[in-house]
Design a binder for this molecule. Sequence first.
Ligand code: KG4
Ligand code: ZN
Length: 368
Amino acid sequence: MLILGIETSCDETAAAVVADGVEIRSNIISSQQAVHAAYGGVVPELACRSHIENLQAVIEAALAQAHVTLHDIDLVAVTQGPGLVGALLVGVSLAKSLAYGLGKPLVPVHHLEGHVNAIYLEHPVVPTPYIALVVSGGHSDVYYCPVRGQYLVLGRTRDDAAGECFDKVAKMLHLGYPGGPLVDRCAQEGDPSAIHFPRAMVDKETFDFSFSGVKTAVRSHLLQMTDDAGVRWFDDDTFWPLPTSEMWLQQRNTLLASFQQAVADVLVTKTLRAARQTAARAIVVAGGVACNSALRHAMRRAGESKGVPVLFPSPILCTDNAAMIACAAAHRYQTAPAVYHEKFLTLDAQPNLALPAVHPADNICGDE
Ligand code: KG4
Ligand code: ZN
């Protein structure tokens, strides 16, 4: 079965052709980073316009790279939500038209279910139950998944998402957008244990996160930083002009390495605790922040020490893409094919779409 996946929930216009839900024939991602970089974040109206301008060409490129035409497609899959409503509408409208014109089923996909499903493109069998940590620009969620396709929310962020926190720290330092990869790169050159930034709620029972405090701590630390003559680098919190000396760059990289380690430590501690309390047989980490080198390293090491396999998609499948959407759709379709025929005429984008839940069992999380 050949699936055409379409993803336009935020700032990537993406289309992919995936065979049988596992074999990626093409995976085209057109990033809008250049459009949004000048604003230091995603501008919804510009995102929507860029999707309109690019989506058709991106789909054509995906079909061409897979050496197929639209008439070879058996099923159309599209991100229905959550995301920016204008951006989602572009993908949903085109997907509806394609499914209608081709007379094929249309499967709407939850964006976060797409992220979790990216793992099945490279690991067709994931032991269940598992804990899924989804860390992206808009979400930091811990799910208990008793089987593929069911999600019990154990925790989520109470303020900033992890990716948002990386982006805001990068913006503070005028590094560029999106900030996560840039912070990660600078952090490679710094000492992650040099500065102890707060690890919010790490000792609390809750699986919720809070990342706004560490961002403020970075700001306060920056205001105190001095050169070797004891002169502060910055007069105010515009953190401008940026120094250029080697000494500053070393201090900045150490600051970013320590910040990154603080975020990774919290994510690892809570995810491992969730795995232990639910007797999970694996941990799946997904979403853009799953590219982060400190998080990958720390989570793998912690998983090894506790005997829990930790699975990360390849970086290209962690950030927004349409192959993960096609993969998730394949599974949904296989479990209930009849549902997805003729449904597309009433399908609408849903910016606050909820994940398919499980009923909380009485004692999924036993005492430690
Ligand atoms: O999943 P994604 O592509 O889009 C959303 O659904 O939000 O995630 C994007 C987020 C951005 O905040 C970006 O800065 C972050 O993922 N990100 C990273 C890294 N690569 C991407 N954060 C930390 N380290 C990275 N290497
Ligand atoms: Zn995403």
